[in-house]
Design a binder for this molecule. Structure first.
Ligand code: ZN
Length: 142
């Protein structure tokens, strides 16, 4: 499935303060600006990170909590709605002192050291996430 969008001139660019819960900080901004669909990208650094891998066999997220400073090499996400709320779905690639990358589905408790983002809102109705039995994920449904 897909959507077409005539991207408007509004693009948000900004940063989140040190110590902010990254996912919560993004969600609050989206709620404040009523951005219900669009894309998110960002770079920066975190003081700790919690990311997840979705195990297809178990249909459950397996979490990794990294308690050290890491670079955000690339953060990418989309914006839609889930359970009546604005829902940013965000993935991140992080690297540590050994310069090796890890990545996954971004969760709360990932704390900003420095974070710079761009958000491009789309016009029109947002996609709605609903539970999909086949995958065990909340996906965009027609
Ligand atoms: Zn994900």
């Amino acid at each position: 499935m897909f959507r077409k969008d005539k991207t408007g001139s509004v693009v948000y660019q900004g940063s989140l303060p040190k110590g902010t819960d990254l996912l919560n900080g993004l969600t609050l901004l989206l709620e404040k600006e009523n951005i219900t669909c669009g894309i998110i990208s960002g770079i920066g650094a975190v003081t700790q990170a919690r990311i997840a891998f979705f195990n297809h066999e178990r249909k459950k997220y397996e979490e990794l909590f990294v308690r050290e400073g890491m670079e955000i090499i690339s953060l990418k996400g989309n914006i839609s709605q889930k359970d009546g709320f604005i829902f940013p779905h965000v993935h991140a690639v992080l690297s540590g002192r050994d310069f090796k990358a890890i990545g996954g589905h971004l969760l709360g408790d990932t704390l900003v050291y420095a974070f710079e983002f761009e958000i491009i809102p789309f016009q029109g109705e947002p996609f709605i996430r609903q539970f999909d039995d086949d995958t065990g994920l909340y996906l965009w449904m027609e």
